[in-house]
Design a protein around this ligand. Structure first.
Ligand code: F6R
Length: 241
């Protein structure tokens, strides 16, 4: 695992932005895997700015997000589709039919999981997957105990994850209990993985990710087995290495 140490959050976002632009410029039909949460917000801001400056076009790009809450429609301000539209998609030259997220408001969730896998396959697999890191080691919404062989599936969210995400909702009761997430095996099939981590509160998780045992009890540890992972993290996040 390559580790890029940055002085702060903005520098982390800039490094990630440069890597994504490099991939988009190198490939004819780039496929990006994207994440939501607080961590990639700075990256998306930088991508928007670089697009506005004419440095990068997304017209040949396809994107697949890691996850979506079950039960929220795409126009719900807490859905990940809404987040992505708002923070990135609607500010760059990427139309709705190039940008995919699992649909959390369909009646047949199992079918949706299979369809999502099929769409990723059809696009030729993810070239560069952006990941954030959960405090409990989750990647996507693959919580501790998820099989390393998992494909896109429906998950029950951990109480700790619901609490960590409650800041975006009016009350804890409004935080969905289920989500659809790309599976760990799906994520591991990406050609390159860029893991972004910022802040001291993630320092223990980073230590476990880099130096800990590879175990399903700490899903992110599986990344030790991937041949092309770049961890971009700031001083705080790396403070316990
Ligand atoms: C989001 C996702 C999650 C987050 C993780 C960290 O699509 O898949 O795994 O990356 O929960 O979240 P933040 O960045 O808010 O600390």
């Amino acid at each position: 695992m390559e580790i890029i140490r940055t002085s702060n959050y903005d520098a982390m976002s800039k490094q990630a932005c440069d890597l994504i632009i490099e991939t988009v410029q190198q490939l004819e039909r780039p496929v990006l895997g994207l994440a939501t949460g607080s961590t990639p917000e700075g990256l998306y801001q930088q991508l928007m700015e670089r697009h506005e400056n004419g440095d990068v076009s997304f017209k040949d790009v396809k994107t697949f997000n890691l996850d979506e809450y079950v039960g929220l429609a795409s126009d719900d301000p807490n859905s990940y589709r809404y987040y992505m539209n708002n923070k990135l998609f609607h500010h760059i030259d990427l139309s709705d039919d190039q940008a995919f997220l699992p649909k959390g408001d369909v009646s047949d969730l199992e079918q949706e999981c299979q369809d999502y896998e099929a769409m990723i396959r059809k696009a030729g697999q993810v070239d560069l997957q952006v990941l954030g890191l959960g405090l409990n080691g989750h990647i996507g919404f693959n919580e501790p105990g998820t099989s390393f062989d998992s494909r896109t599936h429906v998950v029950d969210l951990d109480e700790s994850t619901r609490k960590a995400n409650a800041r975006f909702f009016e009350s804890m009761d409004d935080v969905p209990k289920k989500a659809i997430t790309m599976g760990i095996e799906t994520i591991m099939e990406s050609r390159k993985i860029v893991l972004l981590v910022s802040g001291e509160k993630k320092a223990d998780a980073v230590r476990q990710l880099v130096n800990g045992e590879v175990t399903e009890e700490f899903p992110a540890s599986v990344l030790q087995k991937h041949e092309n992972v770049v961890l971009i993290a700031d001083e705080g996040a790396l403070s316990k290495l």
